[in-house]
Write a protein that binds this ligand. Sequence first.
Ligand code: HEM
Length: 495
Amino acid sequence: MWMGFWYLFVCAVVLILIKHHWSRRKIYQLTCSLHGPPALPIFGNALMFWCKEEDIFERLVKVVNNYPSPMRIWLGPKLVVAVKTAHQIEKIFTSSSASSKDDLYRFLKVFNGDSLFTSTGNEWKRHKRLIAPSLSSKYMESYVTVARRCCRMLVEKVGEVANGELIDIDYYVYRFYQDVVHETLTGHNPGAQHGTMDAMISLCHEAYVLLHSRMTKAWLHPDFIFRKSANGKRQSYITKSLRTLLCEHIKLAPINNNDNEEFKSVYLRMLEEIEKHPEMYGNQNLMDHIVTLFSAAEDPTSTISCYLMIMLGMYPEIQDRVFKEIREVFGNGDVIERITFKDLSRMHYLGMCIKEVLRIFPIAPFIARKLVEDLDIEDNVTLPPGSTILLCLYHVQRSTEYWKMPDEFYPEHFLPESVANRHPYAFLPFSAGAHSCPGQLFAISTIKAVVISILPRFVLEADGTWKDIKIKADISIRPVDGYKLRIRRRIAHSS
Ligand code: HEM
């Protein structure tokens, strides 16, 4: 009797597999023309990524390097197509069949709730209509007043360690951004630069690692399993703590003294907008937006500022040019009080340096989109619906095809004539299309403010070249050994 049962069981499994493969025959046909590593039955190429979490990024970079674009990777039954040429990336960003974010983004819901990262369709449109204007150039001058005040404290804190010893600049810059971002969003400055936020900062770091860990562990993908797991419980604790804190800051805001009467927090701006036009925005959870903006803003801005300071430390002649530009635009002496949004836009060379940092160290090295319909990406190459498209910004931004000196730190890549001669989709640090970053003006302005405050007082020194920086990735890419710098006081005659 048992023999009969097993026989029937095996037949049933074989039939199910045949039916499954038959229903996917179109996908297999279309992927025949794509290059990629040899795939095993059932696992596909998933075992290539069976390694320590911190090594996954490096492996992905290598495997994408090894094949022409577009290339395919099978993660079990999931088809991932990686594209790394500017014209293919343009096709993806401009196609309506690839405008949806990949399913991986739903994991952000645990942390951010329903906001830009996790919503779709009309709901996402209503959210973006509310959020994007609150970060527009119209209000940037008032946000710069917040950054300016926090810069003063940053310079004081950096002054305490400006003795030529090796330090990790992330400690200071991260706390600076906590103050700037909390105050801009909620209206309250928590005093992170005095150490008041250290516990929350380590919780946030932990949340980002948990998020990345979930993305890379298929068994934690189903919500009901994740919620019951130790990681899920921890994530929920951190989320609650962060939300409570941001709510408290919003309540504390009115008693906070801002030196600019025009200043209004992003929260207040959104609230007023909803009150004025309730029919336009419908029901929106403002706290979800504030948590989303907080997590989207604090980590990348701080990361890019730190990378930039190391680059200036590694390339003293570039640091000198930035210093000279500060003198030309803001004059001599202490310039912090003179920093305005209008004058920040006159810092062209510094802007080029920031772009060069974003080229080499893109915060989002890969962007994932879900394909909902067939997409012809090349003559005779059609990508099938249901596949995940991986836009490899990391590769295109380091490719010899688009960059004169891809392996150098070379801000001249962003001279107007070089930009005009390059494919516009070869440099997309803030993404492109409908889902592009609404915070880029805020990011660039505050990063510039940091450098303009620091350089008139201090000289930065770092060892090696950028090629010596070994990178690891969680939700962002970071140097394995931290952001190591030596800081010295600038002697008077050189200022
Ligand atoms: C150097 C700093 C920053 C970089 C490099 C950066 C980069 C990006 C990128 C690449 C995306 C698209 C992600 C995707 O499509 O998967 C994005 C989206 C987003 N960013 Fe930024 N960002 C930065 C700073 C900021 C700041 C300061 C804010 C807010 C104040 C912000 C808010 C957002 C939001 C809300 C989205 C989601 C947009 C949407 O889905 O419509 N970012 N950012």
